[in-house]
Structures are given as C-alpha cells and as structure tokens.
Write a protein that binds this ligand. Structure first.
Ligand SMILES: Cc1cc2nc3c(=O)[nH]c(=O)nc-3n(C[C@H](O)[C@H](O)[C@H](O)COP(=O)(O)OP(=O)(O)OC[C@H]3O[C@@H](n4cnc5c(N)ncnc54)[C@H](O)[C@@H]3O)c2cc1C
Length: 107
C-alpha cells in the first residue's frame, strides 16, 4: 500500500537502463532502440559499463599482423539470430564459415 513505485508513469519518455556493455547488453540496447523507433515511442536509453571498453568477454587484440581473439571466435548457426544480426549490421560479408565449402555449421 505505502511502498508503491509512483515514478514509473510520470514521464511520457521511457528511460531504459541496460547494465553491461557485453554482447547481451549491446544487443539489448540495439533491440530496444529498434522497437521504440518502430513504435514511434520516445526513448531515453542509458548503457552502463564499468570497464573502459565495450564488448565484455569479446576482446580482439591486434599485434603486428596478427588478429587475436581473446574471447569468443565463433557461434553456431542452429540458432540463427547471431548471423541475422551480423547481416543486419552490415558485417555479414566478413563472417567466415568453419566448414566451407559445405553448408556451414558455425561461424
Ligand atoms: C575465452 C572465451 C572463449 C569463448 N568462446 C566462445 C565462442 O567461441 N562462442 C560463443 O558463443 N561463446 C564463447 N564464449 C562465451 C561468450 O564469450 C559469452 O557467453 C558472452 O560473450 C557473454 O556475453 P555477455 O554480454 O552476457 O557478458 P560479458 O561479455 O561478460 O559482458 C558483461 C559486461 O557487463 C559489465 N558489467 C558487469 N557488471 C557491471 C556493473 N555492475 N555495472 C556496469 N557494467 C557491468 C562487464 O564489465 C562486461 O563488459 C567464450 C568465452 C570466453 C571467456
């Protein structure tokens, strides 16, 4: 009775706070913006990240001519959302299949 949150309906602009700038947080922030735009809803989005770089466990080092993945370097295509997102973001052409030239199972 006395402890209800009365702040949530005060502003017409939704404020979404995403905690963590790893792939989950970045994908969430991207999707929330996409949905708000599609619905014509005003959105105030904050992405909170405690580290100086975004990406979380996804870390890419470049040393001399070498590109070194410090975290994930592949994803399976049985769950096609990751590949669909890469294509949507315009980096689909840079994704390499692991079992070419047969049908790729992972990228
Ligand atoms: C060596 C390695 C290899 C891997 N290889 C693969 C692979 O080949 N394929 C695959 O699919 N998966 C792989 N994974 C797993 C994959 O990397 C993770 O599942 C995925 O990156 C996790 O993403 P996430 O956004 O959930 O979390 P994270 O990447 O951990 O991101 C969380 C973010 O939140 C931030 N954060 C945490 N707490 C707070 C806070 N209180 N305030 C602000 N910011 C906060 C952190 O700093 C971090 O940036 C691998 C993981 C490792 C470590």
């Amino acid at each position: 009775m006395g402890n209800e949150d009365k702040t949530q309906h005060q502003s017409p602009e939704g404020h979404v706070v995403v905690v963590g700038g790893g792939i989950a947080g970045l994908a969430t922030a991207y999707r929330v913006q996409q949905l708000a735009r599609a619905e014509g809803l005003p959105l105030h989005l904050s992405l909170l990240e405690s580290e100086p770089l975004l990406g979380g466990k996804i870390v890419t080092d470049r040393t001399d001519d070498f590109v070194i993945e410090g975290g994930p370097d592949s994803f399976i295509t049985q769950k096609p959302a990751a590949l669909a997102l890469c294509r949507e973001l315009g980096i689909g052409e840079r994704v390499m299949g692991t079992m070419m030239p047969t049908r790729p199972f992972s990228f």
